[in-house]
Write a protein that binds this ligand. Structure first.
Ligand SMILES: Cc1cc2nc3c(=O)[nH]c(=O)nc-3n(C[C@H](O)[C@H](O)[C@H](O)COP(=O)(O)O)c2cc1C
Length: 197
């Protein structure tokens, strides 16, 4: 038996219950159904001062984010498209991951990362998804084969957060499955290496 994998979702906007946050919740719920423990860091929890490499992560929100990422076996990132790219709120949070450069698993190393972008059109959704995947690569993470670009010009979440579009729901669940599967494989491989020592 291996231990339960821990999946951390990061994203959303300053508006609690934003579309990106709703999408993130769907992925995390699906990961939980697959046996993962999950943690969401979204909305106001991402409101932290602009990252300054001279000062590091001083704000409590920044320290909480870094501690969650450092302890994660898998990650899910979700951002709205702001002017064709990752929103400042989400990008600033990701900039703080620089503080994990000397961690035992630097940045996102050895972890799968599911990426989700939401926008009012396909162009912004797709370019923002590509940007999230590029950031994941830069942070040495493994973007899952499937990412999600969600076009909110037709609203796909109910006010309660239920996904009304079966195709989007299926897509987000598939990302959760890939994150949990990869994270489980890594945890198993690490425990075998430990036993062999
Ligand atoms: C500052 C700002 C810039 C935006 N830029 C884009 C954009 O470039 N392309 C696009 O499709 N949508 C853009 N949008 C729309 C958001 O991506 C869209 O509303 C998304 O669904 C966010 O959902 P939310 O309001 O529930 O967080 C922008 C919204 C804001 C506030």
């Amino acid at each position: 038996m291996h231990r339960i994998v821990n999946v951390v979702g990061v994203g959303g906007s300053s508006r609690p219950g934003s579309t990106a946050e709703q999408a993130l919740r769907v992925v995390l719920d699906a990961a939980e159904q697959r046996g993962a423990s999950v943690q969401l860091i979204a909305g106001p929890a991402l409101a932290m001062p602009l990252y300054d490499p001279r000062h590091g992560a001083t704000a409590p929100q920044a320290r909480r984010l870094l501690s969650a990422i450092a302890g994660a076996d898998g990650l899910v990132l979700a951002s709205p498209a702001y002017h064709g790219g990752i929103s400042g709120l989400v990008k600033n949070a990701l900039d703080h991951v620089e503080e994990l450069r000397e961690d035992i698993r630097p940045y996102f190393s050895e972890r799968p990362v599911g990426c989700v972008a939401v926008a009012q059109g396909w162009q912004g959704a797709v370019s923002t998804l590509a940007a999230l995947r590029d950031v994941t690569h830069s942070l040495r993470g493994w973007p899952t084969p499937l990412g999600a670009a969600i076009n909110t010009s037709t609203p796909c979440f109910s006010p309660a957060g239920d996904c009304k579009d079966p195709h989007v729901q299926e897509h987000l669940e598939a990302i959760a499955a890939q994150v949990v599967e990869f994270a489980t494989m890594r945890v198993l491989a690490a425990s075998r290496t430990e036993i062999a020592r």
